[in-house]
Design a protein around this ligand. Structure first.
Ligand SMILES: Nc1ncnc2c1ncn2[C@@H]1O[C@H](COP(=O)(O)OP(=O)(O)OP(=O)(O)O)[C@@H](O)[C@H]1O
Ligand SMILES: [Mg+2]
Length: 321
């Protein structure tokens, strides 16, 4: 891992910059061959927790997330489950920027088919934790899906469940919704397709993750419909967009240490959330923007965890960057 300075945000001389919590997105000229609109998606080193972007970056995180996503994209594409939005991860394919800038972006960019993103986050849970655990304690169900009584935090569910959430604007929290509500937002046929695809990816991913000593407790996918040269949906089926199965979008647990009944040793944002919850308990933060600075040991511990996921899942990609 190259330990260059953190990239907090980018200001490339390209059109239509917009900023998500973690990624900066630009519009590129259409693909010269097909005329299809393309985006440049740059994963920064920003970290968000409780939907607030923290002032302290995690240097190299954007590269780690991108490499983990690319590793999974390759496996998902090989399995033929769903097309992927990625066109290229090579900065040489970004027109209109200089070579020094290209070098600084290596490993953290995706040139992608521009899609109309379905405004529903497709969450699959195989284990009980997070907002699912909160919901279960209050209702005995998650997003209206009844579960057996007596489950404890960290338990494996009888079978994976699909618990969609709305995609909210920056600054507000995503809300868990029932499947029926998701159908109202995105259409029943689309949601049934996305549910099936999400389960298929989760099944593939849990099997591979387990072979590398991880439990993939839950994860979140985003899908979109590719746009044509006029910016209308092409009519082609959904594509997997954004990132996939990263430590930002998933819970990774140490399989050998799994002990239901409490919090599990994890390789995701939980480490940061735990720290922030202590800050909240001390009365020094109320989970609204701006967030507090992170101390160096929390930055280092987060980086170590994100790094471990890449090293253990896709060591060849770790070596290359
Ligand atoms: N192929 C694609 N076409 C269009 N939009 C995409 C594509 N891939 C990802 N996106 C969008 O780009 C943004 C990525 O930025 P980031 O992950 O930082 O956003 P976020 O803050 O997590 O989510 P959001 O901004 O949607 O609330 C998301 O809004 C995502 O939906
Ligand atoms: Mg995102």
């Amino acid at each position: 891992m190259n330990s260059a300075a953190a990239i907090v945000e980018t200001h490339l001389p390209l059109a239509q910059r917009r900023q998500g919590k973690v990624r900066d997105i630009y519009r590129l000229d259409p693909d010269p061959a097909s005329g299809e609109p393309r985006l440049l998606i740059v994963a920064s080193d920003r970290l968000s927790a409780f939907d607030v972007v923290l002032p302290t970056p995690i240097p190299g995180k954007g590269r780690l997330l991108t490499q983990v996503s690319l590793g999974w994209f390759e496996r998902i594409a090989q399995a033929g489950i769903v097309p992927i939005h990625l066109l290229s991860d090579d900065p040489a394919d970004i027109p209109g920027i200089d070579d020094g800038t290209r070098a600084s972006l290596r490993g953290r960019v995706m040139i992608s088919r521009a899609c109309r993103v379905v405004p529903v986050e497709c969450v699959v849970r195989g284990y009980l934790d997070g907002s699912g655990w909160v919901d279960y304690q209050q209702t005995g169900a998650i997003c209206g899906i009844d579960l057996p009584a007596g489950l404890v935090r960290g338990d494996r569910l009888p079978e994976p469940i699909f618990t969609p959430a709305t995609k909210e604007e920056v600054g507000t929290h995503d809300q868990n919704i029932g499947f029926e509500q998701a159908c109202v937002v995105a259409g029943r046929e689309t949601m049934e397709t996305l549910r099936r695809i999400s389960f298929e990816i989760y099944a593939l991913a849990t099997e591979y993750a387990e072979s590398r000593g991880f439990i993939l407790a839950d994860t979140k996918f985003e899908f979109g419909f590719p746009l044509d040269a006029e910016g209308n949906a092409t009519g082609d089926g959904p594509m997997l967009v954004d990132e996939a199965l990263t430590s930002d979008s998933s819970r990774y647990w140490e399989a050998s240490a799994w002990t239901p009944g409490g919090e599990q040793p994890s390789f995701d944002k939980q480490f940061v959330r735990d720290y922030l919850n202590r800050v909240v308990a001390d009365g020094r933060w109320d989970k609204t923007a701006p967030g507090p600075e992170l101390p160096q040991d929390v930055v280092d511990g987060t980086l170590e965890r994100y790094q471990a996921v890449l090293e253990r899942l896709f060591p060849e990609r770790n070596a290359a960057h």
